[in-house]
Design a binder for this molecule. Structure first.
Ligand SMILES: *Cc1c(COP(=O)(O)O)cnc(C)c1O
Length: 407
């Protein structure tokens, strides 16, 4: 274990196998029922989303990505392997995996306001929320968030579309084009010199003083987490269409880029609830921002930051530039996460280009972090430890952002 800590400090790409994997799985604070609740809520909102966003209308208001074959890329990464790509980089409306949790979180808030004011019942058509009189009510509330970019894009876009005032506190990592896009969608963008955690802290403090303000707290939000988890239900259907039925001997290995932990954590949680021992999830982090790996391996979670071990949290992977993990996701992941690994920035750029050249995929650097996983995990001895035959694995690379990346 100390060997891994030394490698993290040295910014050396490495793979951590979770010693607590599979232990105490009976103590989880959520269950499959919570995931189905979230899915039901998204279905109730689908007619409204279809009305608000042309991009969502073509999928009847269900914001979902494809499960793609990547024949050429796969031969580069792990020749002969079974490998698919879950294309969240191309999710409509928000252009990243944040479309899942972020939009869901704001929909929860909108629904809560409507229920409290007796404006809506779950049985009604939610298209009603686009009526001017309801938009006007939403207009008295502000929704805000702190973000490295993509969460802001997701929360800002859905909030403004519903009629809320939307404020996004952006960290210094946030790319200029994301700010421009947000402003064009009617969102107020506030820029900070500090990192992600300070942008979140600023937003949180500002919102606290205003009763008509709702702050989406990326470090603490359980709604975000459950919104992300719905991906598991959708993936199961997509696998079924491909006649892939994973079991313990023929498992899925899933590679998820990780920042604060909410998105990959929610997906991992959903998949473990649905597939159990037939799925193994691995998180990918930049060598300069391995906050989740650090929190898990030290057991300190949000009590330790990458700055504490001499790292600077500077990375090309802006979506993963997080120094301190979520306050609750790491703890929840202890029995559910198989392992985690780190990736150098130089590899991210190379893999980003490879995805474009070989498969025509437009992904941002963060989204390529999953790609080194299959090789890293196979080399780690994880299969031997768990009696898994490598040729039986179906690897799934989860690409997490890029749809609106400018040329
Ligand atoms: C936010 C983000 C992630 C990771 O999500 P977290 O909830 O921060 O762990 C991964 N990839 C991209 C492109 C992101 O924007």
């Amino acid at each position: 274990m100390n060997g891994i800590l030394e490698k993290l400090k040295a910014r050396q790409s490495c793979c951590w196998k979770n010693p607590d994997y599979g232990k105490n799985t009976d103590k989880l604070c959520y269950s499959l029922k919570d995931i189905y609740d979230a899915e039901a809520r998204l279905c109730r909102f689908a007619p409204l989303l279809a009305e608000l966003f042309e991009e969502a209308a073509v999928q009847y208001g269900i914001i979902e990505s494809g499960l793609l074959e990547i024949p050429a890329l796969k031969e580069k990464l792990l020749p002969g392997a079974d490998m698919l790509l879950k294309a969240d980089h191309d999710l409509p409306v928000a252009g990243s995996i944040k479309a899942r949790g972020g939009i869901y979180n704001v929909l929860c808030f909108a629904e809560q306001i409507c229920f409290e004011r007796n404006l809506l019942t779950p049985a009604e058509n939610y298209r009603k929320l686009a009526l001017p009189e309801i938009k006007k009510i939403f207009g008295s509330y502000t929704v805000s968030v702190g973000s490295t970019g993509n969460l802001g894009l997701s929360i800002g876009t859905i909030s403004a579309a519903l009629g809320f005032k939307a404020r996004v506190h952006m960290s210094s990592d946030a790319k200029e084009w994301k700010k421009v896009l947000l402003r064009s969608r009617g969102v107020e963008v506030i820029e900070y010199d500090g990192d992600y955690s300070s942008a979140v802290a600023e937003g949180r403090a500002e919102a606290e003083s205003d009763p008509y303000s709702f702050f989406v707290d990326d470090e603490n939000s359980h709604e975000l987490f459950l919104g992300y988890s719905v991906a598991a239900l959708r993936l199961k259907e997509q696998l079924k269409l491909r006649k892939i039925f994973p079991d313990r001997e023929h498992p899925l290995f899933i590679y998820l880029p990780c920042g604060v932990g909410g998105a990959p954590g929610g997906v991992c949680f959903g998949l473990k609830m649905l597939f159990g021992d037939a799925v193994h999830c691995f998180f990918a982090e930049p060598v300069n921002a391995p906050c989740m790996t650090l929190g898990l391996l030290t057991g300190k979670h949000d009590g330790i930051s990458v700055y504490d071990i001499g790292l600077d949290n500077r990375t090309l992977a802006d979506g993963l530039a997080v120094g301190r993990p979520s306050a609750f996701v790491g703890k929840l992941m202890m029995p559910l996460l198989a392992g985690a690994y780190t990736v150098e920035d130089s590899a991210l750029t190379e893999l980003q280009n490879l995805a474009r050249e070989l498969e025509g995929l437009k992904i941002e650097p963060s989204a390529a972090a999953g790609f080194t996983g299959p090789r890293m995990v196979l080399d780690s001895g994880f299969c031997q430890d768990n009696g898994i035959r490598p040729e039986n694995i179906c690897h799934i690379l989860w690409t997490t952002g890029g749809r609106y990346l400018p040329e």
